[in-house]
Design a binder for this molecule. Structure first.
Ligand code: TYD
Length: 215
């Protein structure tokens, strides 16, 4: 594939949306000749819409979710990822574009790696193994690292919270992301997301420009 795939990851409230917009405008400025595709998971496809509806329900409303519900959620995220790959990511990469995705398969490993604890052994690895044969690995994954307490503080000022925005849950997700990044240091670039937005954006941009110069 001729293009480059860059993904942005981090817990809720880590600032991915702001950083994605910042990177997009800087890339358009510095590389006007390159096609840029900005995309996200969950997508707006069928599975993505079902997931967003489910995610908008506050956590704990119906008690602890059953194993069936947790598995259903995992495989909906996987179906949405497969849709994202075939409808957007692979065609864009084949056309030579820079693809910037706000969340990607690593979110599934990190988040559903928490919801499946106690159901399968080593859930993060289990989830990664299921998607490895058909996934497209990003050229670079930017992980915005932020303490879950600070992230929740930011989220409190936003309307419409989703069910995963609870401290204990986000602490486990944060741990999963950090372990995943430590295991693949050549792909992950970790950025301290407690800094002001411009510094975070510039650090991400520096890493991306280094990657694009190599390609
Ligand atoms: P998102 O729309 O990125 O929310 P935010 O902009 O607040 O980060 O994602 C919605 C929620 O879905 C978020 O809590 C993370 C969760 N999620 C998963 O649990 N698994 C996944 O595979 C993805 C892509 C998202």
């Amino acid at each position: 594939m001729k293009g480059q795939l860059i993904t942005l990851e981090g817990i809720d409230g880590s600032g991915k949306g702001t950083v994605a917009q910042y990177i997009a405008s800087r890339l358009r400025e510095t590389m006007p000749e390159r096609k840029l595709v900005l995309t996200a998971e969950p997508t707006t496809g069928q599975a993505g819409r079902m997931l967003r509806e489910e995610l908008a329900r506050p956590g704990g409303e119906d008690g602890e979710p059953s194993t069936a519900m947790r598995m259903q959620e995992l495989f909906l995220f996987m179906a949405d990822h497969a849709y994202h790959l075939s409808e957007t990511v692979i065609p864009a990469l084949n056309s030579g574009a820079i693809v910037l995705s706000d969340r990607y398969a690593d979110s599934t490993a990190a988040y559903q790696g928490v919801t499946l604890r106690g159901i399968v052994p080593d859930p993060v690895c289990w989830i990664q193994n299921i998607s490895r044969p058909w996934n497209v690995l990003p050229d670079m994954t930017i992980l915005l690292v932020l303490d879950p307490l600070a992230a929740l503080k930011r989220l409190r000022s936003r309307p419409g919270r989703d069910k995963f925005e609870r401290q204990e849950f986000l602490q486990h997700v944060d741990g999963n992301f950090r372990r995943m990044a430590a295991l693949e240091p050549e792909r992950f670039v970790q950025i301290d997301a407690a800094q002001d937005a411009e510094k975070v954006g510039n650090a991400a941009m520096d890493a991306i420009l280094r990657l694009l110069e190599r390609c």
